[in-house]
Design a protein around this ligand. Structure first.
Ligand SMILES: *Cc1c(COP(=O)(O)O)cnc(C)c1O
Length: 801
């Protein structure tokens, strides 16, 4: 069907007719998308079935990646690219008077995740399939993904996202594989045949219906599965036909991250977590039992990965199934469980470490809570042997303490591997945050530096750069991204530099057009595109960027002779709906943009742009156009970052702190090809321990700081002087928890160096090319190969390139 243009055209018209009952003239763009999507899904269906059969027949070990988020982005373009049928389709459609890119734009962008963590999961399943590794994603089919961001009067307004409004051509509903998940009720304990047995009675039964989506490998026949669970009322429910019962059940998969300020929302999140875990593990066991009978050998055939602590209930759930249903003893079940599970930690921010109050947990999940209690008791007894009499230490490490269940502790105790996501992050886990656990289980701890799929973030997002690279070094790098290093031999060739400059310029023009359309502002293509796009969070320090722009504004206003390399500062960020500070920073960016962009003189040299509704599809337009990548988190706080890698791969230079994967980027490209500044993680740690930091001193001693901080509350931005008072307070009254004022001077210096460096055009282009050539290390293919070899112990199945 896709073998040549003519065949495709014929097939497409036929499909359009049968699916939509229309000819090409009457068809809408949505009909056209729908038709193409269906053709692609049908085209891969044989490969999908064959992949599953191969996994069954070869009976090799498989991995299941459990994640509460999968931030997939649009799938049509990526699938065409991975199947290598994009050209045929594009040309065929062109003949029919249809533009492929317009069709692609009509696909909704499934945002079943917040940011880095969910995007990592999406990159990982792409790499698993491409490396022919038997690995599948398990997640939740939220009816509404991350909210759509609208900006009204400079404020963020959240609208419900509606990705399923027009259906989802990629999914296949599998009602025959539905699974029951039990909530509430109580546990009846009885003693028969010399053993205790446990029965969960009076439970509310929720049906988990799988929707499978194909995960298509690049240039290979492997098609893995992303299984997303949908909550539906079970026909066995006691009040099955009452509307409120139905609503209560459906609410489980209605929204990604429901508001958890109140207990009701907390219960809903707990339900989501157990719903994901229970349906996934039951389904994994059912599939294992088709080929194998002995559950004691589960870990030889199955690895289950817990992405952050949201799926940490996999530990007690697997124990429950092995004991209560499969009849294994505690010790047998524990052996299997710990050998099957592995866990990735994504953060050291204490407010992000999940802890659930027992009074919510126990009634909702009575049997699971019982098992966690038993795990905790046995673990504490083990600790007692290690540290007799050290009550305080044991209490600190316990899974249950002070009325709370600590999910990270549960995940650590119940897994065979715990990894951080960049070298420095893994070191902090071992030496500080989780040191007490490292001391007793040193063999469990390891590092897996994050990666990104270069197929989406370079091949798909930046076809212009992709062609240029391929022209220079051939196309082996597409399957072996480390071969991007071959570029290094060519970076001094003037022609390569000029052609790269032309690609960058073209991509800046594309983004500038988008900015003109959406923001109504004309930006200067020759200015530095200086970009900070990521979730809005205090530790990511968008505010530091803002304060620097305010400083530049003041300089330009005060000194008529001040000359600077023109810059366009571009922001993109969603703030969590209940995160007051973050929303204030969004408002502040807009107030600053108004001030800067409307000043006749200042706007000649700098502009400030906030691009609304930052998401994967927008990101694909932003990264290729960036000159400068802002990665300015307080050292030690950003576990890895992955945006930093996408920028680097597209030839932007990093301005960054020595944090997360920035450090490894520096090690790859060399100190001279990255702009670092600010406190180190060690310095931040010392301040945190000795409490000697006084932000007021920096405020008083640095006039530049005093001026910009005062401007937050002196009417400079708005009539309402109280608008940004809370931000000023965070810096002064609350002693600037993230050390913005401490790093301010150093940030100004490094930004000045960036401006100067950009003026040496030749050198800048070389540095950008050096960044690209070293970016292969940050492909998620490398990361996944390490997970496969060192954690999951899985190998490729049926390589047929
Ligand atoms: C890569 C990505 C992120 C993560 O960005 P960081 O800078 O690592 O925080 C968040 N959101 C989207 C849409 C992304 O593509």
């Amino acid at each position: 069907m896709f073998s040549n243009k003519e065949r495709f055209k014929k097939g497409y018209l036929k499909k359009l007719e049968s699916l939509c009952g229309k000819g090409i003239e009457e068809s809408t763009i949505r009909d056209q998308y729908h038709t193409l999507g269906n053709m692609v899904r049908e085209y891969i269906s044989t490969k999908w079935i064959e992949t599953n059969e191969l996994y069954r027949s070869e009976n090799k070990k498989q991995v299941y990646y459990l994640s509460i988020e999968f931030l997939l982005g649009r799938l049509l373009g990526q699938n065409l690219l991975n199947l290598e049928i994009k050209e045929v389709v594009e040309e065929g459609l062109h003949d029919l008077g249809i533009s492929l890119s317009e069709i692609e734009e009509c696909e909704s962008d499934p945002a079943l995740g917040n940011g880095g963590l969910g995007r990592l999961a999406a990159c990982f399943i792409d790499s698993l399939a491409t490396l022919n590794l038997p690995g599948h994603g398990y997640g939740i089919r939220y009816k509404h993904g991350l909210f759509d961001q609208k900006i009204v009067d400079g404020y963020q307004v959240e609208l419900p996202e509606q990705w399923l409004r027009h259906g989802n051509v990629w999914e296949v509903r599998k009602p025959e594989e539905a699974i029951k998940v039990f909530f509430w009720g109580r546990v009846e304990t009885s003693y028969d045949n010399n053993a205790l047995s446990f029965k969960h009675v009076g439970a509310q039964k929720v049906l988990a219906v799988p929707y499978d989506m194909p995960v298509i490998g690049y240039q290979v026949d492997t098609v893995n599965t992303l299984r997303l669970w949908n909550a539906e009322p079970s026909s066995l429910g006691p009040n099955q036909d009452t509307l409120s019962y139905k609503r209560e059940i459906e609410a489980i998969t209605d929204y990604l991250y429901p508001d958890d300020t109140h207990d009701e929302g907390k219960i809903l999140r707990l339900k989501q977590q157990y719903f994901l875990v229970s349906s996934s593990i039951q389904s994994i066991i059912a599939s294992f039992k088709k080929e194998n009978q002995n559950l004691r050998e589960l870990h030889h055939s199955v690895a289950i990965h817990i992405n952050d602590t949201h799926p940490a209930m996999a530990v007690p759930e697997l124990m429950r199934i092995l004991m209560d249903i499969e009849g294994l003893t505690w010790d047998e079940a524990w052996e299997v469980t710990t050998n099957t599970l592995s866990y990735t930690n994504h953060t050291i921010l204490s407010e992000a470490l999940e802890k659930w109050p027992i009074y919510l947990f126990q009634p909702l999940l009575p049997r699971i809570y019982m098992i966690i209690e038993e795990i905790n008791e046995r673990f504490c007894a083990e600790l007692w042997d290690h540290y007799p009499g050290e009550w305080e230490r044991i209490e600190h490490m316990a899974i249950i303490a002070h009325g709370l269940v600590k999910m990270a502790h549960l995940a650590i105790v119940g897994s065979n591997s715990i990894n951080g996501v960049a070298k420095i992050h893994s070191d902090i886990l071992k030496n500080r945050e989780m040191k007490s656990f490292y001391d007793i289980y040193p063999w469990k701890f390891n590092n897996k530096t994050n990666g990104i799929t270069h197929r989406r973030w370079l091949l798909k997002a930046n076809p212009e750069l992709t062609s240029l690279i391929t022209e220079v070094i051939g196309d082996e790098w597409k399957r072996q991204p480390e071969k991007l290093l071959d570029l290094k031999r060519h970076i001094y060739h003037p022609e390569l530099k000029e052609r790269f400059a032309a690609v960058k310029r073209k991509r800046k023009e594309i983004l500038a057009k988008e900015i003109a359309d959406k923001n109504g502002i004309i930006v200067d293509i020759d200015s530095i595109f200086d970009v900070q796009v990521k979730r809005l969070h205090a530790y990511k320090r968008q505010l530091l960027n803002v304060l620097h722009i305010m400083y530049l504004y003041n300089r330009i206003k005060e000194d008529a002779n001040y000359s600077i390399q023109p810059r366009t500062f571009i922001f993109g960020a969603k703030a969590s709906p209940t995160y007051y500070y973050a929303k204030k920073v969004i408002k502040l960016i807009h107030s600053l943009a108004d001030k800067v962009n409307n000043d006749p003189r200042v706007s000649q040299v700098i502009k400030v742009i906030f691009m609304g509704n930052y998401r994967v599809s927008l990101a694909e337009d932003i990264f290729p156009a960036a000159d400068v990548s802002e990665q300015i988190s307080t050292a030690s706080k950003e576990a890895s970052g992955t945006g930093n890698m996408k920028f680097m791969m597209n030839g932007a230079l990093t301005v960054g702190t020595l944090d997360g994967a920035n450090i490894e980027i520096m090690e790859e490209v060399g100190r001279e090809n990255i702009f670092t500044f600010g406190l180190t993680a060690g310095e931040v740690q010392r301040y945190e321990e000795n409490g000697r930091y006084r932000s007021m001193e920096y405020y008083h001693h640095d006039l530049r700081i005093r001026q910009v901080v005062d401007q937050l509350t002196n009417g400079f931005f708005s009539e309402d002087e109280g608008e940004f008072e809370s931000i000023a307070d965070s810096l002064l009254v609350q002693n600037d928890q993230y050390f913005l004022l401490r790093d301010f001077a150093s940030y100004i210096d490094v930004q000045e160096r960036v401006g100067n460096a950009y003026q040496n055009r030749d050198k800048w282009l070389e540095q950008a090319l050096i960044n690209i050539s070293h970016s292969g290390y940050f492909s998620s293919d490398r990361t996944i190969q390490q997970y496969a070899d060192e954690i999951w112990k899985i190998g490729p199945v049926g390589i047929r390139i």
